[in-house]
Design a protein around this ligand. Structure first.
Ligand SMILES: [Zn+2]
Length: 441
């Protein structure tokens, strides 16, 4: 049978959709067969050679093939602000640096070029899908489509005016129009993205809930990022933000709560009962000293926990391999238990759990027959990942993103032996230098 692509690999780690907490499934000397952008078979290489003839055939003799990483929370265009204001408290960082810079420089061109940088960086690091929250989401979607990466483009809602919209009503209206425009693109989904409990008031949040229910869209929001956020809300309203969101009817299996560093045992139970998802962003939380999300406790309670890098201004990279390692290490320290967040759990958080949080697990998150071929290859032959006893351990605890050699999204190759196929790096670097000069002036 003639098919588009056959990839033979030393190891294939499919990341089964249902939780496998003990030994991870790792197939050796198997092949992944792709046709029409979908995975149509996963079988031993010797049988694949008899059964399929690929228009393209790859022999990855020292590589592990796995589902592409799902970066479940980022602000792609903020790559332009990488390193411009470091080592500051969250509110100082936001109010005195990031927000004024955004106020001054925010434009379609800013979002376009920043998103291009983010997409290039993410593809080079094995991310095949990102969940974004930023101004000009139409530009983010346009660039994602242009470069062939999958994106969940948040329809941002915030009380204060920006160059993109003058008030929360306008944000919602523009978001709805954008959702209509983009709903036919298979690579793009459009969750609502109200910024945070402290920046979006009850009325727009109720509207978001109504529209999200009607259109069956997820709701993506920063929640309980810091102790300060929770204490301020308690002083002002007598209520913790999570309780307020619950009373507004937002907590449900389509709610994506980002950060969640402040959680009581009752709140963990509430999140588990409502089926809401948590996106853990350990490096951003560490850099801004926001707090520690009790990930092991949340997982034990049955909550789906995914992983995100957050924006490059608070991380400062969009490296999901690094984020996985930090999540595993930090999770152990917080739990006081070295067996917490084993390597396979961290890998699940970076792949299938992200797909579940975004409502895309029927389509991506594992190398399963019928799913979209969003696939990455990591070369494990380098000294840094030798000797090799267990590929999952090497990937989570030792590999660097430079070892990601190839990336496919919906069967299309976006990275070929470390070369980006849809992005001109020389041209991008030129634009970045111009932004550096403007922003640092
Ligand atoms: Zn964020």
């Amino acid at each position: 049978m003639i098919v588009d692509t056959v990839i033979h690999a030393r190891w294939i780690i499919p990341v089964e959709p249902e939780s496998v907490t003990t030994a991870p499934s790792v197939y050796e000397y198997h092949a992944l067969v792709i046709d029409g952008g979908r995975i149509i078979d996963l079988l031993p290489s010797d049988i694949a050679r008899q059964k399929y003839q690929g228009t393209t055939t790859e022999n990855l003799e020292s590589h592990a093939l796995l589902p592409g990483f799902v970066n479940s929370h980022t602000h792609a265009a903020m790559t332009l602000l990488r390193g411009i204001a470091d080592d500051l408290h969250l509110m100082d960082w936001l109010q005195n640096h990031i927000w004024p810079l955004e106020q001054k420089w925010m434009s379609e061109a800013f979002v376009r070029d920043g998103t291009d940088l983010a997409i290039a960086e993410m593809i080079l690091g094995g991310t095949t899908c990102f969940n974004d929250m930023y101004f000009f989401p139409e530009i983010t979607a346009q660039q994602a489509l242009h470069h062939g990466i999958r994106a969940s483009v948040g329809l941002i809602v915030i009380d204060f005016p920006s160059i993109w919209a003058e008030n929360s009503e306008a944000y919602i209206e523009k978001g709805l129009a954008l959702h209509d425009q983009l709903s036919h693109h298979p690579l793009i989904s459009t969750p609502f993205a109200p910024h945070a409990p402290y920046t979006v008031s009850d009325e727009p949040l109720s509207k978001v809930r109504t529209f999200a229910d009607e259109l069956e869209l997820p709701v993506h929001m920063h929640v309980h990022e810091t102790l300060h956020e929770v204490e301020q809300a308690q002083q002002a309203t007598g209520q913790r933000p999570l309780q307020r969101l619950h009373e507004l009817g937002l907590l449900s299996p389509s709610f994506i709560a980002v950060h969640m560093t402040q959680l009581t045992d009752d709140e963990i139970e509430l999140v588990a009962e409502t089926g809401a998802h948590i996106v853990h962003c350990p490096e951003s939380n560490l850099k801004l000293a926001s707090g520690f999300s009790p990930v092991a406790k949340c997982l034990a309670a049955g909550i789906n926990v995914a992983l995100g890098t957050d924006g490059a201004a608070s991380n400062n990279d969009l490296d999901m391999l690094g984020e996985m390692r930090t999540a595993a290490l930090l999770g152990k320290a917080i739990a006081g238990d070295a067996s917490a967040i084993p390597a396979m759990t961290a890998l699940r958080m970076a792949t299938i759990n992200g797909a579940k949080a975004l409502g895309l697990d029927q389509e991506i998150g594992s190398l399963s027959i019928g799913k979209s071929a969003d696939v990455i290859a990591i070369d494990l032959s380098q000294l840094e990942t030798q000797p090799l006893y267990c590929p999952v351990s090497q990937i989570v605890y030792a590999a660097s993103r430079q070892q990601v050699t190839d990336v496919w999204v919906a069967g299309k190759r976006l990275l070929k032996q470390r070369n980006l196929t849809t992005i001109d790096i020389t041209d991008l670097k030129q634009k970045l230098d111009e932004w550096r000069q403007r922003l640092s002036a």
